[in-house]
Design a protein around this ligand. Structure first.
Ligand SMILES: [Zn+2]
Length: 273
């Protein structure tokens, strides 16, 4: 039997008896016990995991327990017919929320949204790390230094190495996400894992710089974030002043990251450009 592309009687029949689920429908589905193969790009390694928390499908971004904890994985196969000894398997513990809907505006490397609901930090952060565990304790300190968002960031007094690597991170597109809500900003910078940079921005100056990496002082993630912030603010000022004034908010996502994350393995849906 030969198949042709398009509608014929067979495909229509099949669609009637087994309607294709939209992504929304899949999300609303009850979790279904499955054995899934997860690929970890950073390690070029894949392994099988047991899942009973989510309705997983190929292409989903997940986090697991065990040795690959905190590493982002991609589901590459799902099996429902299986029989395993549970103690032999680690589990899938988190599923990234990659549902993105809404109007976005372009800058050179980023898509921007000025609506808090389209692509907030709370959504994008699920692409880069599992939720905190109950016994995780987060501590932060305050530094009152304020720095102008200048051309060469000299005032930051980053080490030569941190500055140069930060510039490389910026040029290589490692700053994946930036959000500025009023004065409060957050960014996600990829480098082994997703590092979270926090800052405040007001009248051309940044302060309260923090990064959750192991470096002491101004690190490459902060340098990269501030260069990217400067570039985005320039675009916003030149092209999107009115809409930004209205919302007092923007979030920006690296163009390639958005497309690869939300369209990977999707066989259904629309995109308008
Ligand atoms: Zn850092």
């Amino acid at each position: 039997m030969s198949f042709i592309i398009g509608f014929n009687q067979n495909t229509v029949k099949e669609a009637e008896t087994n309607p294709p689920l939209t992504d929304n429908a899949v999300r609303k589905n009850k979790p279904q016990k499955s054995l899934v193969r997860v690929y970890f790009e950073d390690r070029d390694f894949s392994c099988s995991y047991y899942n009973d928390k989510f309705a997983l499908k190929v292409g989903d971004i997940v986090f697991v327990e065990g040795k690959m904890e905190n590493l982002r994985g991609r589901v590459v196969a799902v099996s429902y017919g299986f029989k395993i000894k549970l103690s032999d398997y680690k589990r899938v513990i988190a599923l990234a929320d990659t549902e993105v809907h809404g109007k976005m505006y372009m800058t050179r490397n980023f898509f921007l949204s000025f609506d808090r609901n389209i692509l907030p930090y709370s959504k994008v952060s699920t692409w880069y790390a599992p939720p905190l565990k109950e016994d995780d304790e987060i501590i932060s300190g305050e530094d009152d230094s304020t720095y102008p968002l200048s051309e060469d960031m000299k005032e930051l007094k980053a080490t030569h190495q941190a500055y140069n690597r930060g510039v490389d991170y910026y040029l290589d597109g490692n700053v994946k996400f930036i959000e500025l809500d009023g004065e409060n900003g957050r960014a996600i910078v990829e480098g082994g894992r997703g590092y979270i940079v926090e800052f405040q921005y007001k009248n051309g100056e940044v302060s309260k710089l923090k990064c959750d990496c192991y470096c002491v002082g101004i690190c490459k993630h902060i340098v990269a974030t501030l260069i990217q912030l400067k570039e985005i603010l320039k675009s916003v000022e030149e092209k999107y002043t009115d809409i930004y004034k209205e919302s007092g908010y923007f979030s920006g996502i690296n163009k390639a990251t958005l497309l690869s994350t939300v369209t990977m393995q999707r066989e259904q849906g629309e995109i308008t450009l």
